[in-house]
Structures are given as C-alpha cells and as structure tokens.
Design a protein around this ligand. Structure first.
Ligand code: SF4
Ligand code: SF4
Length: 198
C-alpha cells in the first residue's frame, strides 16, 4: 500500500489557509528576500574611487575613465551578472552595494541602464600624471595614522586637507630635481627620480 507523502500534504493544507507561495508580480509589487542580489549601486559618500570594483568585475560591467582631473566610474546594469564581487572587494565595504532592485525591464535604450559617479583626481606636480583620487589618498592617510608623515605626498595632502598647507603647485625648475623637490606632491616615478637625482 502506498502512503501519501506527508510533507507535501502538510504544505498543501497550509497553502489552503496561507495562500500561494509565489508572488503575484507584476500584478502586485514583489518584495525580494533580504539577501537578494539585485542591481549594484554606487554610494557617492562611501566610494573613494579606488577602482577595485572595476578590476574585479568578471563581466566587465564597470567602466573606469581618468580624464580632465576626474575619475569616472560607470556600472552598466545591462551587462552585470549580479555576482556581488564588486561589493565583496570594495575596501570601504559600502562604496558599491547590491540593492534589492530586480525589475530592469525598459522600453528605452539599454545604454540608459547605468549609474555614473565622479571623483576628483590628484595630479603629480612634476609630470602632471594622475596619482589617485583625492578621497582615496585621504582614506589611506587616515588608516596609516602617524606613518602618513613618512611619505611627503601623503603628508602634504593630509595637511592641505586640514588647511595647514597650501595647494599651490610648484613644478621643478628645468630638467634637474633639487633637494627641495622631495617635499612636493609627486607620482611614484617622479618621487623615485627626485630621491635618486637630488
Ligand atoms: S571605493 Fe568601492 S565602490 Fe568605490 S571605486 Fe573603490 S571598490 Fe569601487
Ligand atoms: S555584481 Fe558582479 S557583474 Fe555586476 S558590477 Fe558587480 S562585479 Fe560586475
């Protein structure tokens, strides 16, 4: 004799009183579960523009462009596979986070399915090369504490942020580096040259 499957029977009886387990989306709004992985969103206040999310994104859904003293980060939701690697590898842990937004259907252009943020870049006083976003340098300086003062670039930026140093740029005069050029905001390549040649 075959007995009814008790677990399924229990679920069926429960569903009679509780209603169906599936949601009625799109006729009614669907509320995803707490840990649902929806579209990733940048949080301007918590992102320092380091670009780690761009480097780890396996779907190449994030663009990073450095131009005109600005770093532009764009996440393309039409390319995203919602893996969560950007959030998992964000040093601030809150710069980009997966939301619970899942309804990305649109009758517009797919290029509109994106979010862009901009971060101001810091520039080498010598060669004009981009060093890093200002917020990233400040983040590093705060974590280093007193060790910040072992690096002239970090130290000057930190003091400028406290209005204790001027942001005036003094490019080296001529080809040669002077000893005084060491106390300037320099990219790693120019700092090496300044230390070796001065
Ligand atoms: S702080 Fe986070 S969100 Fe911002 S660029 Fe870096 S990894 Fe991406
Ligand atoms: S969730 Fe994954 S695919 Fe989407 S932007 Fe982040 S790293 Fe890229």
């Amino acid at each position: 004799m075959r007995y009814p499957k008790l677990r399924e029977l229990k679920e069926a009886i429960k569903a009679l009183f509780k209603g169906p387990y599936t949601s009625r989306f799109p006729y009614e709004p669907h509320k995803p579960y707490e840990r649902f992985r929806g579209r990733p969103e940048y949080h301007q206040e918590d992102c320092m523009g380091c670009g780690a999310c761009f480097q780890v994104c396996p779907a190449k859904a994030i663009d990073l462009i450095d131009s005109m003293d600005k770093r532009t980060l764009t996440v393309h939701w039409d390319l995203c596979v919602f893996c969560g690697q950007c959030q998992a590898n964000c040093p601030t842990e809150k710069g980009i986070m997966l939301s619970r937004e899942f309804d990305l259907a649109t009758t517009g252009k797919r290029e509109e399915l994106k979010q862009t943020i901009e971060k101001e870049l810091f520039i080498c006083e010598c060669c004009g090369e981009y060093i890093a976003p200002k917020e990233q340098i400040l983040w590093v300086a705060k974590r280093l504490g007193p060790l910040t003062f072992s690096n002239a670039t970090l130290m000057l930026f930190y003091l400028m942020n406290l209005n204790l140093a001027s942001g005036e740029k003094n490019p080296p005069k001529g080809e040669e580096f002077l000893r005084s050029d060491r106390i300037k905001i320099l990219c790693p390549r120019c700092r090496r040259e300044a230390v070796i040649k001065s």
